[in-house]
Write a protein that binds this ligand. Structure first.
Ligand code: ZN
Length: 113
């Protein structure tokens, strides 16, 4: 095994416990999903959706807020606007797709690069 080179600009974001529970639930309901996009908003709300092998959404977008009955008023108003995103990452099903496909889906879903 050769050593993997880390890309500096994209640090790995580990999913939190509550996020993992949500991710599992989303994947259970999304047979086409190969991963779940996890978007953390600056306000503390979360936005998630399963993504398919071709980068298309594989579930509806789910928004929630930890320890709250509903998302915050701002997210209700703008539906989690891109400008307020704190972190976005994709949690891949095991085994994850190859690097190239991950890149492609990242770009398609998160608009990076
Ligand atoms: Zn919010």
């Amino acid at each position: 095994m050769s050593q993997k080179k880390e890309k500096g600009h994209r640090r790995r974001v580990e999913a939190e416990k509550t996020e993992l529970a949500m991710i599992e639930g989303i994947l259970e309901g999304s047979p086409d999903g190969i991963g779940v996009v996890v978007v953390r908003m600056q306000c503390g709300c979360r936005k998630m959706a399963a993504v398919a092998n071709d980068g298309e959404p594989a579930s509806k977008v789910i928004m929630y807020r930890d320890q709250a009955d509903s998302i915050c008023p701002q997210c209700k108003a703008d539906n989690g606007a891109y400008q307020r995103v704190a972190e976005a990452s994709i949690h891949w099903l095991d085994p994850p797709p190859d690097e190239e496909r991950q890149e492609m889906i990242h770009r398609k879903v998160l608009g990076e690069g």
